[in-house]
Design a protein around this ligand. Structure first.
Ligand code: NAP
Length: 315
């Protein structure tokens, strides 16, 4: 990759993972951390994954060939406005936001016409946040979706493609609108369901709640992992992908009502047909090699440890 200096704004899980990829593959590249939090800036230096750090975003982007926005999607517009005066002529600006249309609309209007914007989204993550949660292998074998704008020059798209390929990702190009609809079903709806299930459990009376935790391995546990995802990040995703999420929630609600009716009338054929179709989808995901966790060092954090289970059950 042909950069002398890269600024990453938002040095959390995704931003710090990109920094680790650059440290591993391009040790000569200068990495600048830009973050609203002084503690995060200090941590980035302490971890040795940034050469310098600043909470002044215009200062943080000065002299950088590539600027990566890795803040919650609702913060992207404000970050673009704050950093714009510092951007170097010919710089490439990219982002990692989980929603594309809203981020493009909020970022583009603040960028000077002497920089190129290449919106992107790595389809990789964990429920953890912050600079210490990142790791270079996060993107290995995952997809990175790039949603170029009609005016984006090819060389800028190639720059961002090279970044994601270096991280070990497979790159796919998509229309921003299509991205938002696809992600509404593959990512946003599952998170909404997980937040709802875990929220329902948290409203239960205390004696029931204790048993829910004790017997969580029967399915609930998997939802709690998803529902532990960052509240600010997910608030912003739902608000910024409102149209696609509401469309998918409507379809989901209709399908749920169909299953509810089948259960009420004891229609086992409807239930079995549906479950057979969904099992086939799981097989397709396994065949596409998208089923396994690629962060074995964090698996222990996902599986309740014996001590925690003992405490929860009061034994
Ligand atoms: P994260 O770990 O919470 O990191 C975000 C960082 O941005 C934090 O250090 C935060 O500081 C900082 N920040 C927030 N607002 C800021 C602002 N206005 N100016 C400068 N810095 C600011 O979040 P993440 O999981 O890396 O997510 C970052 C982006 O990646 C989001 O757009 C998300 O949609 C996208 N993404 C996430 C995942 C995932 O699974 N996590 C996957 C793909 C894409 P404070 O902590 O002080 O607020």
């Amino acid at each position: 990759m042909n950069f002398n200096q890269v600024t990453i704004i938002g040095f959390g899980l995704i931003g710090s993972s990109i920094a680790r990829v650059l440290r591993r593959d391009c040790p000569a590249v200068r990495i600048v951390c830009g973050d609203s939090s002084l503690d995060v800036c200090k941590k980035a230096l302490e971890l040795g994954i940034a050469n310098s750090a600043s909470t002044d975003l215009a200062e943080a982007v000065q002299g950088s060939d590539l600027v990566v926005l890795a803040v919650p999607v609702g913060a992207c517009g404000g970050v673009a406005e704050a950093m714009a005066p510092g951007l170097k002529q010919g710089a490439v600006v990219t982002d990692v936001g989980s929603v594309k249309q809203a981020v493009i609309a909020s970022v583009k209007r603040h960028l000077p016409d002497y920089v190129d914007f290449v919106p992107a989204h790595p389809i990789a993550g964990t429920e953890h946040s912050g600079p210490e949660a990142g790791f270079a292998e996060l993107f290995q074998g995952r997809w990175a979706i790039i949603t170029p704008l009609p005016e984006t020059p090819l060389n800028a798209i190639e720059t961002v493609t090279a970044l994601w390929e270096s991280a070990g990702s497979n790159v796919e190009f998509m229309e921003p609108r299509r991205h938002d609809l696809v992600l509404a079903i593959t990512s946003h709806l599952p998170h909404l369901i997980a937040y709802t299930i875990v929220g329902t459990a948290s409203d239960l009376e205390d004696h029931l709640k204790a048993d829910v935790i004790k017997f969580s391995a029967s399915g609930f546990r998997d939802f709690t992992r998803i529902a532990a995802s960052d509240p600010v990040m997910w608030r912003d995703i739902f608000i910024n992908n409102q149209e696609a999420v509401l469309e998918i929630v409507q379809r989901f609600t209709e399908d749920l009502t169909g299953l509810q009716r089948a259960i009420r009338w004891g229609d086992g054929r409807v239930l079995q047909d549906m479950f057979a179709r969904t099992r086939a989808i799981r097989r397709q995901i396994i065949d596409a090699k998208q089923a396994d966790y690629r962060y074995p060092n964090q698996l222990s954090a996902l599986v309740p440890q014996p001590e925690a289970l003992r405490k929860a059950s009061g034994s």
